[in-house]
Design a protein around this ligand. Sequence first.
Ligand code: TZP
Ligand code: MG
Length: 215
Amino acid sequence: MSTARLARCRLYGFIDTTYVDELDPGEVTRDLLAGGVDILQVRAKERSHAERVDLGLKVVSAAFPSHAPVIIDDDIEAAFECGADGVHLGQEDWAAIPREQRAERLANMRIVGISTHSLEQALAAERDGASYIGVGPVFPTATKPGVASVGTDLVRQVAAQVKIPFFAIGGITLDNIGQILEAGATRVAVVSAILRSSDVTETSAEFKRRLVAVR
Ligand code: TZP
Ligand code: MG
């Protein structure tokens, strides 16, 4: 579960079928990358395995010239079948894989990301060998409705105690990213504020400028 390629990744963008359903996924991928997105996730919660593989193939192929890692949400087998770099797992998906089976199940994944919602989960994911973690939802978000937000205090604690790369996620916009950076995050994952904007490339570029301005 290598973290070397992740060290340079600051802005995590998404091909989330909630927001890009009507659009060409290859085009959205290129628009995100043109704006400076460093790492991409295919998030297709309501899709079948076959549809996820098909979508993953389009994103992997569009991202290929950029060398940006492509991560598939939830579906380890889909990640393998579409040639993605890795998989992102939530706490429940991760806990559902018996510890003694993890190495074998994830053997083909160069990158394994885990969602975390507390300092304990963040430290456990680091101990368990995650390549990176997501920390959030920092703010309430329609992309993950009904989930309690964790606030910037958790970002501050994780920044102080976790050594692997972490991406703050959840309700992050150009209006509140300053609070995230002030809390010590150097990486953010952004779904709706980018995908729902009128110019995906320019909005991504503005997020990237804010990130690189701090450190
Ligand atoms: N995990 C924690 S919050 C979240 C995920 C996938 C949703 C982030 O979406 P948005 O639209 O950037 O709030
Ligand atoms: Mg999941």
